[in-house]
Ligand binder design. Structure first.
Ligand code: C2E
Ligand code: MG
Ligand code: MG
Length: 698
């Protein structure tokens, strides 16, 4: 277009110049008329060219940019839009020509504006724009929500309305200096919300300058740090405190203990660490629900705090265990008082909803600097002493002794050894025969686990069953015992021996495990044992647990023809009310009563009562631990149904039981035994039971 324009102008101009202005141009000779016509054409062309040029240029960018021939109102089109860098290169090439291009550009600009508005309104960060004097021009909703002010309460007001007063004048000096010299400031500012609350904000402030370089606006982008700060504080709290009781945790306790020890070294005073374990807490937790357990722990924490002096520290060190740091102790005797005070504080009933629980505790005590000189050692020894109290039945306190340390060490080693014993097949079973008092025949055996440890030799179950119960190993171990015992009973039956009941002990933890019913069913299925030849021994402690579940499991077992007995009866929970309601078959009187039955009137009374109670409830009674004839006589007179004890046989290997079963066909063993003189009858544990049985029967 421009090329044509210039040709139209230049050609006539050149013609005119050649014709009129430059004299003596060697033009071909023309007539006057011809010369006039020629000049007319040239002038016409010239004028046309000039006017067209004027018109076109008046509407061109050129005119606009050079201030030429502006005709009518003219606003320059926006500069060509920057190509969108994310598009491929061909998209950057000049866009559509003409109106379409203009339209596209405006649309893009509008879209951009719309987007910016939306971002301004929706970002989580607060945005505030002020003019150079600090008067607020605009804020976004996030800013209004964090400051608590409405739009109209902010617009036109100075930023100062939000000042917290927490910063020094030097702080603001540094801020303004950075803004004026570097155009930006970043940092943490404490501001005040409308409700007066002071809160921290992470702020980035930028200057917007005018063309002349002076500051026109300040734009602040602010994030509320309250939540961050709260969660930091929460984290700090969690790192040092127990969230349930809000007492210090083990970490903080150790820290305080360390400080107290340093102090003691300077003052030559003593300090005591009391390690407290709540007795039978697990049963409370399982019998009720965790929420009840939580209430109990909170109440215990509060009572401990109340019972102790201000300067003492009470911590929850985990689960149902607490630690107490008693400082400024002048005599060891003082620690006894502390322990007694704590025990009596815990002895009061704890109300949970409409029920009230009474709990006891076991306390182990160590003294610094007598027992140990480092924090870990002190804590470990106090815990060992506490375990000692627990093993004696709980509800008491005990100072740590060196000997205890050795016991604890062995206990720890046994626990370690137990972890691998199952995989290494170090467990095996012995079986203790049970006899019918009336017929004198063997009617069953009780499977009792033994551990042959490469490190400790033969280990009795009372040394490891409780540990396995604590660390959960009893679940897989119990499963193995059950299967092995069922298998052995099937083997005897396959040998054509008289079928007998196989009694297997089920520990409380094993019973409460979800898969117990499945494990029993699977063992019966896999071994093919008829359920009526399997007896499961449970303990009274189980009835402290979820009674509904216990009842439902027992009912199912009874329906499947399994035999259920209560072991060690008379030593545990001993609530007689459950006996009439539960689907059980027999009671096993604990051997501690049988042991003293002939010497101790109390034991005799208890045994008599159990026997009469069982008769009324239509339950059979097994007396365990029958070790002499006197006891046997006593039990026979009272009508005891079955007996089990060293008088007849200790627990023996499966092969030795075979001899009993073989002889069972020949005659009643119990009668033979009771007719024989006591000294002869007492079985030597080491002697083969087969030999013994035949000797007694002959
Ligand atoms: P328990 O179930 O009451 O087993 C009877 C215990 O009394 C056995 O001790 C047995 O050897 C002992 N005993 C039997 N007759 C006499 C006697 O005349 N005099 C004396 N002094 N003791 C007698 P053992 O085998 O040492 O087992 C102790 C406890 O360990 C068992 O008491 C039981 O609670 C637990 N236990 C043993 N085996 C298993 C098992 O396979 N599973 C589970 N969960 N616990 C087991
Ligand atoms: Mg038993
Ligand atoms: Mg028992």
């Amino acid at each position: 277009m421009h090329v044509h324009l210039w040709i139209l102008v230049i050609l006539p101009l050149a013609g005119t110049l050649i014709t009129f202005i430059i004299p003596g141009t060697p033009l071909p000779p023309l007539h006057t008329g011809e010369q006039g016509a020629m000049a007319g054409v040239v002038i016409f062309c010239f004028m046309t060219g000039v006017s067209w040029f004027a018109y076109r240029t008046a509407h061109s960018d050129f005119a606009a940019s050079h201030g030429l021939f502006v005709v009518g109102p003219y606003s320059p089109p926006p500069p060509p839009a920057e190509p969108v860098t994310l598009l491929p290169d061909r998209a950057r090439e000049p866009v559509l020509p003409g109106v379409e291009a203009e339209f596209q550009k405006s649309k893009l600009a509008l879209n951009g504006l719309d987007l910016a508005t939306k971002i301004f309104a929706s970002v989580q960060e607060g945005i505030i724009i002020t003019d150079a004097s600090g008067a607020i021009c605009s804020t976004n909703p996030a800013f209004r929500s964090m400051s608590g002010y409405a739009d109209e309460e902010l617009l036109g007001h100075n930023m100062r309305i939000m000042k917290s007063g927490r910063h020094s004048p030097e702080f603001y000096e540094r801020l303004w200096h950075a803004l004026h010299h570097h155009g930006q400031w970043q940092g943490n500012i404490w501001n005040r919300r409308k409700n007066g609350e002071v809160y921290p904000q992470w702020s980035t402030i930028n200057c917007i300058r005018g063309e002349d370089g002076t500051i026109r606006y300040f734009v602040g982008i602010l994030s509320d740090l309250t939540l961050v700060q709260e969660s930091e504080e929460q984290l700090k709290f969690l790192a040092h405190f127990d969230p349930l009781t809000e007492l210090p945790n083990r970490i903080l306790f150790k820290d305080r203990l360390h400080q107290a020890m340093t102090q003691c070294r300077r003052t030559d005073q003593l300090l005591g660490v009391l390690w407290l374990g709540v007795d039978r807490f697990r049963q409370v937790n399982e019998a009720e629900n965790r929420a009840v357990g939580d209430v109990v722990l909170k109440a215990i924490g509060a009572r401990l705090k109340q019972a102790l002096r201000e300067g003492d520290t009470v911590a929850r060190t985990g689960g149902d265990e607490f630690a107490i740091l008693a400082t400024n102790i002048l005599e060891v005797q003082h620690l006894t008082h502390v322990a007694q005070k704590v025990l009596s504080a815990l002895g009061q009933n704890i109300k949970v909803g409409d029920q009230s629980l009474r709990l006891t505790a076991s306390i182990g005590i160590t003294i610094f600097p007598m027992d140990e000189t480092d924090t870990e050692g002190l804590l470990k020894h106090a815990e060992t002493a506490m375990r000692q109290v627990k093993s004696r039945g709980g509800n008491g306190y005990q100072f740590f002794t060196r000997q205890m340390g050795e016991i604890a060490m062995r206990r720890w080693s046994i626990e370690q050894g137990l972890q691998t014993a199952l995989d290494r097949q170090e467990f095996f079973l012995h079986y203790q025969p049970q006899f019918c008092v009336e017929s004198g025949r063997i009617i069953g055996v009780e499977a009792l686990v033994r551990w042959r440890s490469p490190q400790f030799g033969l280990v009795a179950p009372d040394q490891f069953v409780a540990l396995a119960e604590e660390n959960g190993l009893i679940v897989p171990l119990g499963e193995w015992i059950l299967r092995e015992a069922c298998q052995q009973n099937v083997r005897w039956q396959e040998q054509g021996l008289a079928p007998i009941k196989m009694a297997v002990n089920i520990s409380p933890r094993q019973f409460m495990h979800d898969n117990l019913e499945q494990v029993v069913a699977q063992a019966l299925r896999d071994t093919g044992l008829d359920p009526r030849w399997l007896e499961l021994e449970i303990t009274e402690g189980l009835f402290l647990n979820d009674q509904k579940r216990v009842r439902s499991v027992l009912t199912k077992w009874r329906q499947q023809n399994l035999h259920i007995s209560i072991d060690d009866f008379g030593t545990g929970y001993s609530s007689l009310s459950y006996l009439s309601n539960l689907p059980i078959h027999s009671l096993k009187i604990d051997r501690s009563f049988i042991r003293d039955v002939a010497k101790n009137p109390e034991s005799a009374t208890i045994t008599r009562s159990i026997l009469s109670l069982a008769k009324n409830l239509n339950l059979t009674v097994v007396a365990e631990g029958v070790a002499n004839e006197e006891q046997m006589e006593f039990l026979r007179d009272l009508g005891c149904d079955k007996v089990q004890g060293y008088l007849f046989s200790p627990p023996i290997p499966a092969e030795d039981v075979t001899a009993f079963l073989t002889h069972a066909r020949m005659g009643p063993l119990v009668q033979a035994l009771t007719m024989a003189p006591y000294v002869e009858c007492r079985p030597a544990r080491e002697r083969s039971q087969a030999t013994q049985a035949s000797m007694l029967l002959n």
